[in-house]
Design a protein around this ligand. Structure first.
Ligand SMILES: [Zn+2]
Ligand SMILES: [Zn+2]
Length: 255
């Protein structure tokens, strides 16, 4: 059984066949899918999906792309939503200096505010970090986010920084790009850190792994990420499945 630690099933690209995508995931041995929010609307949808589908779990939060849509009222509404069933984390939150869709100061402000909220409601966070590696690490340290739990999703930093994360008890989630021929950095990360701190994800509908690169991604393809990790670590597919399942269940506090 596999745990897809990050999928956007609420995305419009799944509107036509969401039931089938989830059915296919189950047939391919996916027993759990974490569906993070990206903005307010998708956080609401994430909770709806978690109540509709047994294998789906929810996180609420606003992505750095949409940080400029946030205000104090939205923060309070998100906080209230953490009481709903199957809301296991705050996310995805963080910094994205690649696209800069929201001004950097606004991204920083709401990243910090959402970490503080996560600490108030005692939930772990799901962190998005694109081209902001040092700042993300510094903010997480300053806000003492490691106390309640940090998951670096679709990790794109160095192996050295991954070691620093693991030292602080954070988890690293690996996505489809590790299956690409030129995936040197992600391979080094998997080599550098123990399996006890790894999770696997699709980030579907984005980041489709080989051999489906270019098509829409979906949770059933998370097995290609697991296969690649097994190959890098020289262990069996089943061990990767079991261990990443254990890690995700422990992190999101799922029985
Ligand atoms: Zn992300
Ligand atoms: Zn995402």
């Amino acid at each position: 059984m596999l745990f897809d630690s990050h999928a956007h099933l609420d995305a419009k690209r799944f509107d036509k066949d969401r039931d089938k995508v989830i059915e296919r995931a189950k047939q391919n041995g996916i027993s759990h899918i974490m569906n993070p929010g990206a903005d307010f609307e998708s956080s609401v949808k994430s909770i709806e999906l978690a109540s509709k589908y047994d294998i789906v779990y929810a996180a609420v939060g606003v992505h750095p792309h949409d940080a400029s849509t946030m205000d104090e009222m939205m923060l309070q509404l998100l906080k209230g939503m953490t009481n709903k069933p199957k809301v296991m984390a705050i996310g995805e939150i963080g910094l994205d200096f690649h696209y800069d869709y929201s001004p950097r100061d606004i991204q920083r402000k709401w990243f910090r505010e959402q970490i503080r909220m996560a600490k108030e409601v005692n939930l772990p966070i799901i962190v998005h970090d694109r081209e902001a590696n040092n700042e993300v690490m510094n903010i997480l340290k300053e806000e003492e986010a490691f106390d309640t739990g940090v998951l670096m999703h679709c990790y794109s930093g160095s192996a050295e920084m991954a070691r620093q994360y693991v030292k602080r008890g954070a988890y690293i989630s690996i996505a489809g790009p590790i299956t690409f021929k030129n995936a040197r950095k992600a391979v080094e990360v998997v080599e550098a850190i123990p399996i006890d701190y790894l999770m696997i994800e699709t980030d579907s509908p984005y980041l489709t792994p080989h051999p489906y690169r270019g098509k829409r991604n979906e949770s059933s393809y998370v097995k290609y990420v697991a296969e690649k990790i097994a190959e890098i670590k020289g262990i069996s597919f089943d061990e990767v499945a079991e261990r990443t399942m254990e890690n995700a269940k422990k992190y999101f506090r799922i029985k």
